[in-house]
Design a protein around this ligand. Structure first.
Ligand code: PLP
Length: 454
């Protein structure tokens, strides 16, 4: 198959793809009949497919492409690094300049308790590191019985054994007899779907208190950590009620367990702050990062480690038998540094907070007037539209859960906008460089999509 020319034989590509390629999170049978969508180019917020159709990338790839597609500065930084040192590892007391520079930059950009990073290749790997590091920490503290990690139902922390186990996706658990032992899940703060007859604030307090109840039930002396995304992304952009994080923070302050804020989606400006933890005023001990760290230009992740944990790992521990061949890969570090430079120089995070964020939120919330929409929510530039059969009644759901959401997602793509379906909601997380005109276009296509689905 020659894919070098600019003429893409869509059908032949689709057939070869279906014949030889097992995709992540895909029902393969459908590929034979429908074929995959082949994306060939991208620039700014726009994707182009193999038939020349332009589509607005309302998911920033997979929540990654903060700076938009096609920035030559990143490609050039990677090219330069590849010519100097294409690869070397960081094991056994070695380092290289891009890893050092990125570690230093991350210490500067992240909240003050963080001065160390452990590099990984992805968000999933970062959460494998979390899983091992929290247990290692408690072992070093002389508390080896503190092993259980508490996660939340419908949370997403990746697709490896640790990531799947810490996450609370029941469908994923069902495939492969997961979670692994030592993980406990509690309720998510999803008021729209699970709030029953409670008002939002009361539900937020109830959901927070589930953490206290779980710790008390399991025994504080057995619990190592609580892991949560500041805003659940893949679970459907679940923005917690205002009461939730202050109450969780109080519970954590009163108990001796580690707090892990998974910022793989909420990091690097998505909420209008550099990190979701800052947005909510929460203070994690460990903070997995990935995606927006390099805007997805090359794969890189890591775990920010607060001084409280790093001091123990460094000063009490010996060698931590953990690491990845591609931890802090030089080319990936160069891509991340170039991406962070663009975020800073172009004041993209500030722009999300003060300009394009509020602008998009206004357009998005206006979609809440549509008869099909029960809730239109957005923080920074991540949002969801809950589709409902009966306007004003959030207890009624469509008969075949997911089918209306999937239909709407497919209409959206046909109309020229990528949105993702989670149950019967549509979710959005566009590149942070979206212009006002593009936000108008996005809202226009989303509205047409709702009309088509209705
Ligand atoms: N954590 C969160 C919050 C995520 O949303 C994701 C991916 O969507 C991951 C971890 C896993 O990251 P990766 O797909 O890079 O392994």
């Amino acid at each position: 198959m020659n894919v070098k020319s600019n003429i893409y034989p869509t059908k032949a590509l689709q057939e070869a793809d279906a014949a030889h390629h097992l995709h992540p999170f895909t029902e393969h049978r459908t590929l034979n009949a429908e074929g995959s969508r082949i994306i060939t180019h991208a620039e700014g917020v726009w994707l182009t497919d193999s038939e020349g159709k332009r589509i607005l990338d309302g998911m920033a790839g997979l929540w990654c492409t903060q700076i938009g597609h096609g920035r030559h500065e990143v490609a050039e930084a990677v090219y330069k690094q590849m010519q100097e040192l294409e690869y070397y590892n960081l094991f056994f007391k070695t380092s290289h300049p891009p890893a050092v520079a990125l570690a230093e930059k991350l210490a500067e950009l992240t909240p003050p308790q963080f001065n160390h990073v452990f590099f990984a290749g992805s968000g999933s790997e970062a959460n494998d590191t979390v899983f091992r590091m929290v247990r290692y920490y408690w072992d070093l503290m002389g508390r080896p019985e503190k092993k259980t990690i508490i996660g939340r139902w419908n949370g997403y922390h990746g697709s490896t054994l640790a990531g799947t186990s810490l996450g609370g996706m029941k469908g994923m658990h069902g495939q492969g007899d997961l979670p692994v032992p030592g993980v406990h899940h509690i309720a998510q703060p999803y008021w729209f779907g699970e709030g029953g007859d409670m008002d939002e604030d009361a539900f937020g307090l109830w959901a927070a208190n589930e953490l206290a109840r779980a710790i008390d039930e399991l025994g504080e002396d057995k619990v190592a950590a609580f892991i949560a995304e500041p805003i659940q992304g893949a679970g459907g952009v679940i923005i917690p009620p205002d009461t939730y994080w202050p109450a969780v923070k109080k519970i954590l302050d009163e108990r001796d367990i580690l707090f892990v804020a998974d910022e793989v989606i909420t990091g690097f400006g998505r909420t209008g702050e550099w990190f979701g933890s800052t947005y909510y005023g929460i203070e994690p001990d460990l903070m997995p990062i990935a995606k927006g760290l390099s805007s997805g230009y090359l794969p890189i992740g890591g775990v920010m480690v607060a001084d409280k944990v790093a001091d123990v790992v460094i000063n009490k521990g010996g060698e931590f038998y953990h690491g990845y061949t591609y931890s802090g890969h030089p080319a990936c570090c160069a891509a991340a540094l170039a991406n962070l430079a663009i975020l800073e120089e172009e004041k993209i995070v500030e722009r999300v907070k003060n300009d394009i964020g509020p602008y998009l939120q206004k357009r998005w919330k206006a979609l809440g007037e549509h008869p099909l929409v029960g809730d239109a929510r957005m923080v920074g530039m991540m949002g969801a539209l809950e589709l409902v059969p009966v306007k004003g009644d959030r207890t009624k759901t469509f008969a075949n859960e997911g089918s209306v959401g999937t239909m709407a997602r497919d209409y959206s793509f046909e109309n020229g906008l990528v949105m993702r379906a989670v149950r019967d909601s549509l979710i959005l997380s566009p590149p942070l460089v979206l212009s006002h005109e593009e936000a108008d276009e996005l809202a226009r296509i989303a509205e047409k999509t709702l009309d088509d689905t209705y």
